[in-house]
Design a protein around this ligand. Sequence first.
Ligand SMILES: [Zn+2]
Length: 92
Amino acid sequence: MKIIKTDDERYMFYCEGCKRNHAFNNAWQFNDDFDKPTVSPSLKVTMPYKGVDYICHSFIRNGEIQYLNDCHHELAAKVVPLKDEKDWDADF
Ligand SMILES: [Zn+2]
């Protein structure tokens, strides 16, 4: 499974760019395929980091995560397969 459902009714996936999990709720459209997920619209995560907003912005399509140009991590503008839950190395 590339996406899991949490106890509080959210969905969680592992982000290789941020090396941590991100979550979204049912305000997003999810095709309910936990192995080949497609989620829309795009997912934008912002976190304050050293006085600026760190951005992670992506689309999830067909089990792949497509990072947009405005990401602040090294995978910006790249497409990578989502990691299977058993290979996640974050527990938050
Ligand atoms: Zn991220």
